[in-house]
Ligand binder design. Structure first.
Ligand code: HMG
Ligand code: MG
Length: 302
């Protein structure tokens, strides 16, 4: 059996990927409270904002206010999505530690999500990448639809490898391999991760799994087996992508933390505080948390 990493980084994406799909506007104060609770829980990286067009994703229009109000925990990286220079300028002004350029391994999804081809997106990202380096910000690259696309179906491994190479050439510090619509299964996950790792430093590759088909935890375990040590997760399993209909939230942070604890893998995150946070945001949104571990822990406490 392969040995698993002793330590992993969990990137909490609930405030961004989690909330961006909520139909009702969540006030900046609630988002700020959410980020602050997650900071206190010990996450080393929180995706807190997204500087995209408010016409495309109205929920993220409060991003600057949230970034301004949060209590920053020393050592935590607060990330923001930046599809272009306009987004970068806003993220810089808001004091983001890391900017995220987000592309796709599928041409069809690239058009639907950011209104341009893959090649055009890389050209746009170039300016963002240069500016990020100039200002000493971390640069992360995200690759949507690395395991399947809601519009074109199958996505070849070569297409993933090609975008990984392009993001590497832009100087990304980290690259996320994303299952936008949660269709991946474990052996496929290992094949995609192995292919990405042939193009980019494995220690800086992240797995971003949505849980639409209930495979996310299995895919994370499969990723651990091939050495991936960064995972994205969203408190209470919030989320979905407005441009991937039917896709559910990211894998729940509580579930991932419970798995890691059971495997003896260090995360630096307090599961109980995350579980409380999951109940807090679910209560605010008026629905049951999508985290199985979160609900089990809440039931045990009650
Ligand atoms: P466009 O319409 O092609 O852009 O959109 P444009 O440059 O022609 O600008 C059109 C208008 O948008 C202008 O305003 C710009 O000022 C404004 P107008 O003159 O019409 O009033 N604009 C902006 N406003 C604020 N911030 C900006 C910005 N840029 C332009 N940065 C664009 C192109 C990329 C902007 C648009 O398609 C967009 O905002 N898309 C957002 C898509 C998105 O946020 N999707 C969800 C996040 S990705 C995701 O969830 C996947 C991930 O989780 C991984 C996974 O699971 O796969 C990361
Ligand atoms: Mg996502």
């Amino acid at each position: 059996m392969n040995s698993l990493p002793a330590k992993v980084k969990i990137v909490e994406v609930g405030p961004r990927d989690g909330l961006q799909n909520e139909a009702q506007a969540v006030p900046a104060e609630v988002k700020t409270d959410l980020v602050d609770r997650l900071s206190r829980a010990g996450f080393a990286n929180i995706e807190a904002a997204s500087f995209v067009s408010p016409k495309w994703v109205p929920q993220m229009a409060t991003s600057a206010a949230v970034m301004e109000a949060i209590a920053r925990r020393p050592g935590t990286i607060y990330s923001a999505l930046t599809p272009n220079m306009q987004g970068f300028a806003a993220a810089l002004a808001a004091g983001a530690d890391e900017v995220v350029i987000f592309g796709s391994a599928s041409e069809a999804f690239s058009q639907k999500n950011i209104n341009c081809s893959i090649a055009e997106s890389i050209a746009r990202f170039e300016g963002v990448a240069v500016a990020a380096k100039e200002h000493g910000l971390r640069l992360r690259g995200s690759i949507s639809c690395a395991f399947g696309c809601p519009y074109q179906g199958a996505v070849p491994l070569d297409a993933v490898a090609d975008v990984v190479r392009r993001l590497r050439a832009l100087g990304c510090d980290e690259i996320d391999i994303a299952d936008t619509i949660g269709v991946a299964t474990p052996r496929q996950t290992q094949a995609v991760m192995a292919r990405a790792a042939a193009e980019f430093d494995l220690a800086r590759i992240a797995g971003h799994f949505h849980d639409t088909y209930g495979q996310a935890l299995a895919n994370i375990y499969a990723s651990l087996e091939v050495g991936v040590a960064i995972f994205h997760a969203s408190v209470a399993g919030l989320g979905g992508c407005p441009y991937a209909k039917g896709a559910t939230g990211n894998v729940a942070s509580e579930d991932v933390l419970y798995l890691m604890r059971g495997l003896g893998i260090e995360t630096g995150v307090d599961l109980d505080l995350v579980a409380e946070t999951g109940q807090f945001i679910s209560h605010y949104l008026g629905r049951k948390s999508a985290s199985r571990a979160g609900n089990a822990l809440a039931a045990k406490r009650a």
